[in-house]
Unconditional design. Structure first.
Length: 157
């Protein structure tokens, strides 16, 4: 099972020098939140579903979620799911550079010219501008679970 966020950039570590899986999952979730995949006030998938997507056990997922909670990015508790908090901090340039490198690598192996990637980026609307206009018009924030996700999940967080 795969989501829009994908899991291709999560790798199991093979040596102590590499980043642990829970830290990789934390970074991926943080990037997905910062990119708007999971907007403020929206619930993340249940821990057991995230575990299947990332090829990790539930305890590893919960460890990553606890890290995000300690950073003020999400809030969660047993039986109520993990919700993205409004005060999510922006990611740093290093995190963005890592994501861009993955996009460029994928484009290279797919035969897509780098100029096409740059052009696509330049055509993208700015998230802050879209969110700012919506707020000025008094539109409500997105709330609730993602479409198609069971609200009766017994993930046991």
């Amino acid at each position: 099972m795969s989501t829009a966020s994908g899991t291709g950039n999560i790798r199991r570590h093979s040596s102590a020098a590499e980043i642990p899986l829970y830290a990789q999952i934390r970074a991926k979730l943080r990037m997905d939140i910062a990119s708007g995949l999971y907007p403020q006030g929206e619930y993340l998938p249940p821990a057991d579903q995230l575990g299947k997507e990332y090829g990790a056990n539930k305890n590893t997922i919960l460890r990553a979620l606890r890290m995000l909670r300690s950073e003020g990015v999400v809030d969660f508790g047993r039986g109520r799911g993990a919700v993205v908090l409004p005060a999510s901090l922006p990611v740093g340039l290093d995190d963005i550079s890592d994501q861009l490198q993955r996009v460029v690598n994928l484009a290279d192996v797919s035969g897509i010219p780098r100029a096409a990637i740059i052009s696509a980026i330049e055509r993208m609307p700015r998230m802050a501008a879209r969110n700012g206009r919506a707020a000025r018009r008094g539109l409500p924030a997105v709330r609730g679970r993602r479409p198609g996700w069971s609200q009766g999940s017994s993930s046991g967080e």
